[in-house]
Design a protein around this ligand. Structure first.
Ligand SMILES: *Cc1c(COP(=O)(O)O)cnc(C)c1O
Length: 424
């Protein structure tokens, strides 16, 4: 029998060995923040690192490239090495650079090599639109019609993808595969290991968009032999709006010229020789293009330090407990109100958030916000609730359920229009 008492939530918080990290974040006042999978919260450590970066500019000016506590010239490499344990990669395989979408362009330009009848890109119908736009534009650049050359695996239930369906779509016409690690709506974790093995049996390079999985679940990219990956750092990694993204390239692909080159693709000791022939870096640094966005990279120094201390295994364990508790309370407290839990239940397939569907989802989200709970709405009828291991509590999950129950009982959502806002 499910324990629905608040004291039970409090007892779970007391047993939580990550509880102290909550004190390191700026929590919006009188608010339960459940949107850390869209924009993670600011931590004091991230803030300090931004301030340090501003100071180093102030005091060192041009010499900041090589002097000060974090010489700028090596910061992307350092942050890449700090990110490596989160994805199970070697330090030299990871770089902090660009944005998610730019890194996908870079990776496609580098690894999509159509030849003979192998010309197609395999993706899926549930991925985030930016990835699909990028892939279509890359096809057009190569003179291919996206309607014919972009194959998108369909979902049978509208929420999840089956490994078998994806594998069946890998044919001798497939030149390149890009899939999400965790789906942004339903939170399904794809079986990256099996998909990689199957792609490689067919000699197809494969990689993953880790926007919703990095900082939320562990990965073993090197061990699985994944060819490439890319991700943003402002969701579960809490590095702030527009913070610099990440990119992983398996060591077997290092030491090549990137598809999109620039002077930061250079071997670091050669870059300032200013030659017109590029000598690419021997590590994932070769996939950088221009001058790093240092002010937007700095917060990651503070943020990643916390992930190092907490450890991704512990984060995953607490995250699964939080979402499990959420689902159990939804089932015992919110029956009869028309909610459907549309995320996978199984712990191997469940990412870091709960995904509820309801015909009035848009205005239920507005009512939740008015009552101090920040969810996020996803068209057409989805409510994402992300209890984040580093800063949310079991008591907040309990309180959210009580607030949601009152909203439904009193039909408070009726006073709002059932449409999304500009940003939803
Ligand atoms: C958040 C997200 C993006 C965003 O791309 P940016 O280049 O950072 O704007 C792309 N893909 C997925 C799957 C995302 O979740």
């Amino acid at each position: 029998m499910m324990n629905i008492e608040k004291t039970y939530a409090a007892s779970l918080d007391q047993q939580d060995d990550l509880a102290n990290f909550r004190n390191e974040f700026y929590l919006p006042k009188n608010t339960i923040y459940l949107d850390g999978n869209s924009l993670g919260l600011l931590s004091k450590r991230a803030e300090n690192k931004i301030n340090d970066m501003v100071e180093s500019w102030k005091h060192h000016a041009i010499d900041g490239w090589t002097e000060g506590s974090q010489p700028w010239y090596y910061l992307s490499e350092k942050l890449g090495a700090m990110s490596a344990p989160l994805i199970g990669a070697k330090p030299e395989e990871v770089m902090i650079t660009g944005s998610t979408t730019i890194n996908l362009h870079q990776i496609t330009a580098s690894f999509y090599k159509p030849e003979g009848k192998r010309t197609k890109i395999l993706a899926d119908t549930l991925n985030f639109p930016s990835d699909i736009y990028a892939l279509k534009s890359q096809l057009k650049l190569k003179g291919y019609d996206p309607d014919e050359h972009l194959v998108q695996v369909k979902s049978k239930d509208g929420h999840t993808l089956s490994t078998q369906d994806i594998v069946e779509a890998m044919t001798d016409e497939t030149a390149f595969i890009v899939l999400p690690g965790v789906l942004y709506r339903s939170g399904q974790v794809l079986d990256m290991q099996t998909l990689t093995r199957e792609a490689h049996k067919r000699d197809i390079p494969i990689g993953f968009d880790l926007c919703h999985s990095i900082g939320s679940i562990p990965h073993q990219l090197s061990e699985w032999g994944v060819d490439f990956a890319f991700w943003c750092t402002y969701k579960h990694l809490n590095a702030g709006p527009g913070s610099v993204a990440g990119l992983y390239v398996n060591e077997k692909h290092l030491c090549h010229e990137p598809g999109l080159a620039g002077w930061f693709s250079s071997a670091k000791d050669k870059q300032f020789d200013m030659e017109h022939t590029l000598t690419p870096a021997q590590d994932a640094g070769a996939y950088q293009i221009g001058t790093p966005h240092l002010l937007s990279a700095a917060p990651l120094l503070g943020s990643l330090e916390m992930f190092q201390e907490a450890g991704i295994e512990k984060i995953r364990k607490k995250s699964l407990q939080l979402t499990q508790y959420f689902m159990e309370l939804i089932e015992s407290e919110l029956t009869g109100f028309g909610f459907t839990i549309a995320n996978p239940r199984d712990t191997a397939m469940r990412g870091g958030h709960v995904y509820l569907e309801h015909p009035d989802a848009a205005r239920i989200c507005k009512a939740l916000k008015a009552d101090g709970v920040i969810p996020d709405f996803r068209k057409p009828n989805g409510i994402r609730l992300a209890p984040v291991a580093l800063y949310n509590t079991f008591t907040e999950v309990w309180e959210t359920i009580q607030i949601l129950k009152t909203i439904m009982k009193e039909e408070r959502y009726q006073s709002y229009v059932n449409e999304r806002g500009v940003i939803a």
